[in-house]
Design a protein around this ligand. Sequence first.
Ligand code: ADP
Ligand code: ADP
Length: 227
Amino acid sequence: MIQINNIGKWYGNFQVLDGCTTRVRKGEVVVVCGPSGSGKSTLIKTVNALEPIQQGDIVIDGIAISDRKTRLPRLRAQVGMVFQHFELFPHLNVTENLTLAQVKVLGRDTGEARERGLRMLDRVGLLAHKDKFPGQLSGGQQQRVAIARALAMDPIVMLFDEPTSALDPEMVGEVLDVMVQLADEGMTMMCVTHEMGFAKRVSDRVIFMDQGKIVEDCPTTDFFGES
Ligand code: ADP
Ligand code: ADP
């Protein structure tokens, strides 16, 4: 479903991604880990073209990103992304946050977008908060809304960039629970995370990065050994 072929990216003379090659199959959950600054966040952001690359290519569902530049918003709908900081629109309530991109990017009518958004909100267990503003929600709740917002776009894959790192410890579990549920439902996922419990229990494969290179890419059971 996603092919990442020998990608390279530089900031000036500094090479942040160095010959990264991997693929993610439909329904697979891949965890990307490695030291801070090794390029994990940059790597997954290349998949929805938030980070342009200078070498190699990325193919999603048979189409190279470089061949579809004019349709970036559509690509970003197909490739849902959840960030460390929830990035909800603070001046829009939860329902409006869930609806806006569906209308603007997918051209859905407001009623349909609202219905789909609320269905996703229910899925993450927050329907009761539909009229609140982001500032009235906890960090964990905001992150679950951000996940619902991405899901409302009918993505074929979900990218997570340290989705629990900015949360108070007591809220990590509720976000991981939603991610586990998505994995169980067969969502294709690429997750940068330090949550090794999640990696071990939920992921199919682990990619380990160091200094811009993928230095390990193996089934989760191999990565964690026999125990
Ligand atoms: P990770 O997610 O593994 O912590 P990142 O992908 O965020 O790593 O960053 C990889 C490296 O690239 C880091 O050394 C970071 O400082 C550097 N970097 C990221 N963005 C930029 C940028 N816009 N300009 C220069 N260097 C950058
Ligand atoms: P994340 O890991 O979630 O991307 P970062 O704090 O690493 O968050 O980066 C935040 C933003 O700052 C990113 O857009 C990245 O491109 C940019 N950035 C990161 N490191 C550098 C750097 N050394 N020089 C310039 N920009 C950077």
